[in-house]
Design a protein around this ligand. Sequence first.
Ligand code: WTA
Length: 650
Amino acid sequence: MADSPDITSVLTEGRVFPPPPEFSRQAHIKSMEQYRELVAQADRDPEGYWGARGKEEIFWKTPFQKVLEWKSPFAKWFVGGTTNLSYNCLDRHLATHGDKTALIFEGEPGDQRRISYREMHAEVCRLANGLKSLGVQKGDRVGIYLPMIPEVAVAMLACARIGAVHSVVFGGFSAEALRERMNDAGAKVVITSDGGWRKGAAVPLKGNVDAALPEMPTVEKVIVAQRTAKTAPAKGPKDILWNELVSGQSATCEPEWVDSEHPLFILYTSGSTGKPKGVLHTTGGYAVYVSLTTRWVFDLKDSDTYWCTADVGWVTGHSYVVYGPLMNHATAFMYEGAPTTPGPDRFWEMIARNKITILYTAPTAIRAFMRLGDEHPKKHDMSSLRLLGTVGEPINPEAWIWYREVIGRGRCPIVDTWWQTETGGIMVTPLPGATSTKPGSATLPLPGIKAEVLDKDGKPVPLGSGGKLFITRPWPAMLRTLYKDPERYANTYFSEIPGKYFTGDGARIDQDGYLWVMGRVDDVVNVAGHRLGTAEVESALVSEGRVAEAAVVGRPDELKGTSLVAFVTLKKGVEPTAAIKQALSAHVAKEIGAIARPDEIRFAEGLPKTRSGKIMRRLLRDVAAGRQTTGDTTTLEDLNVLAALRNEEE
Ligand code: WTA
């Protein structure tokens, strides 16, 4: 992982894979010439380029007057236009694709549902009317805490239809994490289900909502879908069952035509300090960008069955499970449960049976499958696959090659897509019919995207050396602010080099202009493709009561990319025991969720600090990884502390 300020890049990977000619022939973007022409157009006249895309991609009720209004760091895109995203995902397709399958859903127990565009439209309208009947109005925030079942897409689209702002909370997050997010958003309604299936057991989502409810003062109603229970779930005073709410509602609902800059959703993501950041995305620019990138990057066609394995609780699920595929009248596959239930070949069996053509997943999953053994994918006929994608963290070349050979059988191009919750859509990626790929590189920025690797003075670093990754021109799907905190927005993203968007990632550019993203340079770690702020885990540890101080760092991990190591000093009089370690681990799972559970907890007498009292995480990262400290230790207050930490290891 990259380490600021001295970012050194150690990866050297020389293999190059040109796109198969038969793929290029049929692709939306067929060649590097075509790609370069688009890049040149966008560079010559960015607003002209985006204005044309804006008109082509979506339906506008009122046309926009101006493409971009940029008062750095605040952007408005497609100014003056009005539209509706639910209309663009559903109504727009009814005449031409009404009977086409929008969603193929498979539950973990094996149940399947196929939902056509027409059926989806009706479901969304019913729920939208139901939400209105509960008093939800344009601009109100609605929390969504659901498993991967069709209702999650229906709920998002119903919010978009009436101009309500959704905030999806990943079903793996705890009651505490839900409470924090719902209170920050001021959610009026929470949509949940009794549970969801995972590894054969029901995840108690409703139980978590109930636990958080007394401390979520803004929540007036809880809508409960039935998924795992055999009978209708019990109802508390604020509960209303999904089926009761929608039955009797009309299957039509006039969409609320909203301004291009009307908020569409808030999605919370980890920051390097303090509470999660409420990344705010708005309607028009997000829609145009996500629609376009879904089609180009995945080379999406009407004949495809497309599967993005991400949970809707993450941005990938928002953009490339729900909105992008539906705007492109695609058929998307959705799976509820664990990848290895009932057996290690569940994914491959589903791909073969459903004739899935495009698979978009994460390096951590690929590495886990690699470890399970080639025999599982090899048992199945996966000749339907024609394109593979990855997202979430840097993919190591070994996993990339395995993905290509064992899953793609050497035939399918791989798109390694770099982007973030904040960017709304894919930014740096191969176009599968045009770009030659190199294992481990996300390759080139999409046309219109200006990505630069800069040193601390804002100068481009020489080719091949490491620096910080910036996006130096506004783009339509960029976040607009952090919810209710424009100052934190400006400080977090636009203060490193004024006016330029700082991604928080380190990267290098090779002699072909290809980008190699090396990971985070801030105190955010990427565990199994999920961004975690070490500060949040630290504050959870301290809140247990017996901890005086905690420092959490990432350690390279073969499977998860990064694992979490917590250094903990206990309060006076508290004896370090294995039981405390267990209690701390359980406490973090309760406060944040199981994904944030430290992989290792180490008790320490003291933590290495600078004279000004800052914990030197750089040194702790070395200790955690069992490395010698090579960096400067002259600012360290007490060298003995470091020696003591190293001795702990023995
Ligand atoms: C990392 C997920 C290397 C990166 C869409 C980024 C990647 C963070 C890649 C965003 C990739 C994502 N190669 N690193 N292809 N994709 N990342 O907000 O560090 O959950 O900043 O968005 O994941 O994570 P987020």
